[in-house]
Design a protein around this ligand. Structure first.
Ligand code: PLP
Ligand code: SF4
Length: 418
């Protein structure tokens, strides 16, 4: 991390300006010319930036740019912030909306995929445009806040759907909104009786930590329970500034979680990830998810294999604090949602013994008890919850009753049957 006074572009900037998020916002790096004053770029790298900028935009906060090692082309901060020509390469399996979010949007800017919670996209702006953004179809095209009618429409949907008990406010980055505008949205959500919790997804603590002020945190704390999930990808992002932003939120009783994305050349290494999750706990942020990189267009150069993700999980579980270990998920292409992936810990299952292995490779037998698993049911009711347990969930639910197999649509073999 360099002092800004040592960077030609910001030589005369005062501490007051530098620590003011509005100054940071106004002075984001958006052109190649500014970029070359902050770090050394080879002619190929410059050509790459220019090529990428024909398709996607760039904005880097001066703060985040100051974390870049100016002479290291492989600096993990640089890779997340500075466009590369690779971003224009589009693979046949990539798409603008790999998670099919549009298909699960009952109203524009709201995704209702899971039974009891929704994703509410309240803005298309971010303070920095991450090179690996999965929502680049909407984010950072122009700096745009969702129009008030769209917010109102989303709120109306939530009001009318009493099953929604959890609203995930995201975007873009909701913390780029003014305190007043954000408060209007949060207050309206809090006024809906069935909304139990409000979550905010924001990268601001990582890329523009100055934005997290006492005033912002005090405003959010009025509407508890509020949770904030942020997005650290590398231990180098855990700076005194980021730590302070997280401390302000945590001191206001806001539980903090983190969602990382596996990115080739940035964090696809067990040691880097271990150091990241430990660093997060030190600043009171609980690791929540590690995402497999989505099949969004132009991200092939960032993608890692699932085997590498599993290797990372193997290196975390048991080797460090249990609650430092996030859940590794692949967000299923086509809108299937998040699917957790784990190394295999069960080696075999016998009639009364399950053989498991631990993180060190020690193999153990767990002896299972013998009892009638239906004993919890009494006169058709569960003794624990009082329900009838009719209709199991998930795959078992699909195979309930007389159904014994699931066959994909258009199966050729079955079509030959008489
Ligand atoms: C990730 C996500 C959520 C929240 O999922 P959790 O597992 O509850 O954190 C909700 N809606 C959509 C569309 C999502 O992608
Ligand atoms: S902060 Fe999030 S939404 Fe914004 S560019 Fe980065 S990854 Fe995309």
């Amino acid at each position: 991390m360099r002092h800004w006074q040592d960077i030609p572009l910001w030589k005369g900037v005062s501490a007051e300006e530098w620590n003011d998020w509005r100054w940071q916002w106004r002075n984001r790096i958006e052109s190649v010319e500014q970029l070359t004053e902050v770090l050394s770029l080879t002619p190929e790298a410059i050509a790459g930036v220019k090529k990428a900028l024909t398709r996607v935009r760039m904005a880097i906060t001066p703060y985040y740019a100051s974390l870049i090692d100016p002479d290291d082309e492989r600096c993990p901060i640089r890779l997340q912030a500075v466009p590369r020509g690779d971003e224009t390469a589009v693979m046949p399996w990539e798409s603008v909306d790999p998670l099919d979010e549009e298909a699960d949007s009952p109203v524009e800017g709201l995704v209702h995929r899971y039974p009891d919670r929704v994703l509410f996209l309240v803005t298309e702006q971010c303070s920095m445009y991450c090179r690996h953004c999965t929502r680049r179809r909407i984010v950072g095209v122009t700096d745009k806040v969702a129009p008030p009618e769209r917010i109102e429409q989303g709120l109306r949907y939530i009001r009318e759907h009493s099953e929604v008990r959890d609203v995930l406010v995201s975007g873009g980055d909701p913390l780029t909104l003014s305190d007043e505008y954000l408060e209007r949205i949060i207050r309206a959500l809090r006024e809906i009786p069935h909304v139990e919790i409000i979550r905010i997804g924001s990268r601001v603590p990582v890329v523009l930590p100055q934005r997290v002020t006492e005033k912002l945190a005090a405003m959010l704390a009025k509407y508890h329970p509020i949770y904030v999930n942020t997005h650290f990808n590398h231990p180098k992002e855990i700076t005194p500034e980021a730590a302070k932003a997280c401390a302000i939120l945590a001191d206001h009783g806001i539980p903090l979680g983190n969602q990382s994305v596996l990115l080739r050349g940035v964090n696809n290494c067990p040691e880097v990830m271990k150091s990241l999750v430990r660093g997060l706990l030190r600043i009171r942020v609980r690791p929540y998810y590690i995402y497999q990189c989505d099949l969004t267009w132009g991200l092939d150069h960032f993608r890692t294999t699932i085997a590498e993700g599993l290797e990372i999980m193997e290196a975390l579980r048991g080797h460090t604090t249990g609650f430092a270990v996030p859940t590794y998920v692949v967000d299923a292409p086509g809108g299937g949602g998040k699917i957790p992936l784990n190394p295999q810990y069960i080696l075999s299952m016998g009639p009364d013994t399950v053989v498991v292995r631990n993180y060190e490779g020690v193999i153990s037998a767990y002896k299972e008890p013998h009892y009638d698993v239906t004993e919890r049911m009494e006169n058709g009711k569960c003794r624990l919850c009082g329900g009838d347990h009719k209709g199991s969930v998930g795959v078992a639910g699909l195979l309930g009753g007389t159904k014994v197999s699931l066959v994909p649509e258009g199966n050729e073999r079955l079509s030959r049957r008489k």
